[in-house]
Design a protein around this ligand. Structure first.
Ligand SMILES: Cc1cc2nc3c(=O)[nH]c(=O)nc-3n(C[C@H](O)[C@H](O)[C@H](O)COP(=O)(O)OP(=O)(O)OC[C@H]3O[C@@H](n4cnc5c(N)ncnc54)[C@H](O)[C@@H]3O)c2cc1C
Length: 235
């Protein structure tokens, strides 16, 4: 890398090194990235970074599972959706010792403090942001939600109890499994705040249920599409 490229890269990206990689579920890998620059990052739970997964400028987005300034590290958890795509390949093959460049944390999928209660719905990719957000929800605040995964073992351990459902071979895109799971939740009569993330069509269907069938105002349904079939690096 020449001097100009290196200077440009250091302006745009934070650089760290992978210090640990752990298979936390059959299709999910936790990657710990450490370095001096990582310690100083400002991060609100739910925010994401964009990782330079391939040269020259292939970026893919991953939520920060956890940021630990003391240990100068962040943890990402990547879902290996099985395709030969840059993000999934990076998740699958990243190893300790490897340098990683990524953008500073950003994003508006964060906990709305003071909400009457919090409702979470999404699949494997969304579970990462949800884990961080659930740690930021006050302990006495009510939490509801449903998380979908391919199989039971693919669920991440989350800090609060959400209903777990499995697709078991059904498509994650436009998932009826997740919509049904949300429809079956026994929620208070009045709306709270909903956080819907993951596959775009599924999110739309869950939002349509909350707004159309449960009468939630749109402003109380926060959505963030993470991916959808046929689109690359959705963000
Ligand atoms: C704000 C935000 C936060 C995100 N956080 C996370 C996270 O913490 N962990 C995580 O794993 N992902 C996360 N994602 C999703 C991730 O960025 C996408 O899945 C991304 O497309 C993966 O890149 P890729 O190179 O593997 O596939 P791409 O090249 O982007 O896409 C190629 C094709 O692969 C398929 N595809 C992509 N993603 C999936 C998927 N998840 N399941 C099934 N098929 C898929 C689609 O058909 C797509 O057209 C996040 C996305 C956003 C926008």
């Amino acid at each position: 890398m020449n001097i100009i490229t290196r200077a440009l890269r250091s302006r745009l990206f934070v650089t760290g090194e992978i210090v640990a990689a752990e298979q936390v579920a059959p299709r999910m890998r936790r990657l710990r990235i450490a370095g001096q620059a990582v310690a100083g990052l400002a991060w609100t739970p739910g925010q994401h970074v964009r990782v330079l997964v391939d040269a020259p400028l292939t970026l893919r987005t991953y939520s920060v599972w956890q940021h630990d300034p003391t240990w100068e590290c962040i943890d990402l958890v990547g879902y290996d959706h099985g395709a030969d795509a840059p993000g999934a390949t990076w998740v699958r093959t990243a190893r300790p010792g490897q340098e990683v460049a990524f953008t500073k944390p950003e994003g508006k999928l964060t906990v709305r403090q003071g909400a009457p209660y919090h409702l979470f719905a999404g699949e494997e990719t969304a579970a990462v942001a949800f884990g961080a957000m659930l740690r930021a929800v006050p302990a006495d605040a009510a939490v509801f939600g449903a998380v979908e995964a391919e199989e039971g073992g693919d669920h991440l351990d989350l800090p609060r109890d959400l209903v777990r459902v499995c697709r078991s071979g059904a498509p994650a895109a436009g998932s009826e499994t997740l919509v049904k799971a949300v429809a079956a939740l026994d929620l208070p009569d009045a709306p709270g705040v909903a956080y819907l993330a993951g596959e775009a069509r599924t999110i739309q269907a869950v939002r349509a249920h909350l707004v159309g069938e449960r009468g939630w105002p749109r402003r109380d349904v926060i959505t963030k599409p993470f991916w959808t079939p046929g689109r690359k690096g959705l963000d």
